[in-house]
Design a protein around this ligand. Structure first.
Ligand code: ADP
Ligand code: ASP
Ligand code: MG
Length: 439
């Protein structure tokens, strides 16, 4: 079994769906194809639900109408026969009826998640009709039947494994399966999702659950690049990354991968390949246990970071002080990304301010607390960076003009992390591209 995931751009045009149909039938291996929503759809659905949250009914209606028109035109290009077009029209009717009805119901969290699920439900159903047109044997298997979250809203791999095995057993003679990325059910049985960009996570979870031979992530670029191509002009694709390196880059902002999508594949030692739908012969990036080469591989940046500087008011860093600090973050389920210490102070960074007020209140009982917002983490990732010649020197020479506010080095031999004001992100990524990658 292999898993192939196609992102929004890869299914965003009828001719792309045609390309996808060719890529998924290139060999005989049984394949589970995970599809995202057509590009732009999830953003539009978020827009619709934002309008509903603000009671802006007209805004929601306008966005629903624009989106519906897009789908009506899409199917005219995608499908030739009147019969298949009629089937597609009734799929669109069903989902847009639902979206229109939501305007008459008060918006709850559960309804919001139902709205967000419509994109993947439609893309897979329409793609299935396209495969029917091309006489490509397949089965559409609903992700909502097997993708599950646990009580902590984390994917429940054991349950996913059990349920997908049961679902697949219903189709002993089929070799090609199509399913939705991103969407799942939570412990209450409600429709939920794996957060934005979550189709990568679906693919990796399905790969782990079925012990697939490979998890292919097909997107609009030829692999993981050494730097963010949206920010920096000259970037190059990386041939090979270890699971740890890729996980670090994804977590610290490389948008090509969902932040936590590597662990399921890593757990089962399944290689993950990043490939380009628009350029299928390009080498792409392979992510596996071994890192391949030694040295710096890539840099990624994550915005929206808040730093919390905690200065001990009474004791110096007596033992127990760190524990008390961590307990506060643990109590409010707020993960810490970076940490640095001095003799009297500890600084940490968080990417969620959901419980910041409570955290400050509790920390203030044992320390003085200062907050800095609009920070960006810049993470330099590679294999055995610490052992590689003068990486630190090159890095600090490169970012000489940047007012770096925190540095983390030595936590792992594969990573150096800087914190800086977000206003300096673009400049820093450009400087690092020159200084560390000679690009
Ligand atoms: P998909 O819709 O296929 O999931 P995404 O938009 O989520 O695609 O991810 C692909 C995009 O990630 C690329 O178009 C690129 O702009 C962006 N990206 C950011 N950082 C990197 C990086 N280091 N390497 C490759 N792509 C990156
Ligand atoms: N459609 C979802 C999103 O845009 C999931 C994904 O594309 O991975 O976030
Ligand atoms: Mg994505």
């Amino acid at each position: 079994m292999k898993v192939m995931k196609f992102g929004g751009t890869s299914v965003g045009k009828p001719e792309r769906m045609h390309q996808v149909s060719q890529l998924i039938t290139r060999d005989d291996e049984a394949t589970i194809v995970v599809l995202s929503a057509l590009s732009g759809t999830t953003n539009a659905l978020v827009g619709i639900s934002d309008c509903l949250a603000k009671a802006d009914k007209q805004g929601a209606t306008n966005q629903i109408e624009t989106l519906e028109k897009h789908y009506r035109t899409f199917i005219l290009d995608l499908l030739k026969s009147a019969e298949l077009r009629a089937k597609a029209d009734s799929i669109i009717d069903e989902h847009f009826e639902f979206l229109k009805i939501t305007q008459r119901i008060s918006l709850s969290d559960a309804l919001n998640r139902d709205i967000l699920a419509q994109g993947e439900l439609m893309s897979t159903k329409l793609f299935s009709l396209y495969l029917e047109q091309e006489n490509i044997e397949h089965a559409l298997i609903p992700a909502l039947e097997f993708m599950r979250l646990d009580a902590n809203d984390e994917p429940d791999l054991a349950v996913i494994k059990e349920k997908i095995t049961t679902v697949l057993a219903n189709y002993p003679s089929k070799k090609l399966f199509i399913t939705q990325g991103y969407i799942c059910r939570n412990v209450k049985g409600e429709v939920d999702n794996l957060k934005r960009g979550g189709s990568d996570y679906t693919a990796s979870l399905i790969a782990a659950a079925t012990k697939a031979s490979v998890c292919e992530i097909w997107t609009d670029i030829d692999g993981m690049h050494n730097n963010d191509p949206r920010v920096v002009d000259k970037t190059i694709a990386i041939e090979q990354l270890s699971f740890d390196e890729a996980a670090e880059l994804a977590y610290f902002g490389a948008k090509i991968l969902h932040p936590t999508c590597i662990w399921p594949a890593q757990q089962e030692n399944i290689p993950v390949k990043l490939l380009n739908t628009m350029q299928p012969s390009a080498l792409g990036t392979v992510i596996k246990k071994e890192a391949g080469t030694v040295g710096v591989k890539a840099v990624a940046a994550k915005d929206g970071i808040t730093s919390v500087k905690i200065k001990s008011s009474r004791m110096l860093l007596a033992y127990g002080f760190l524990r008390k600090i961590f307990e506060v973050f643990e109590k409010y389920k707020t993960p810490i990304d970076m940490i640095t210490t001095s003799e009297v102070a500890v600084s940490v960074t968080i990417d969620s301010e959901l419980h910041l007020a409570e955290i400050i209140e509790e920390l203030s009982k044992i320390a003085s607390v200062e907050i800095e917002r609009e920070q960006t983490i810049v993470s330099i990732v590679g294999n055995e960076i610490a052992k590689t010649d003068a990486v630190l020197k090159k890095l600090f020479d490169a970012v000489n003009e940047v007012p770096v506010t925190m540095v983390s080095y030595g936590g792992s031999p594969h990573n150096i992390t800087l914190l800086l004001p977000s206003a300096y992100k673009t400049k820093t990524l450009q400087l690092i591209n020159k200084g560390l990658f000679n690009l």
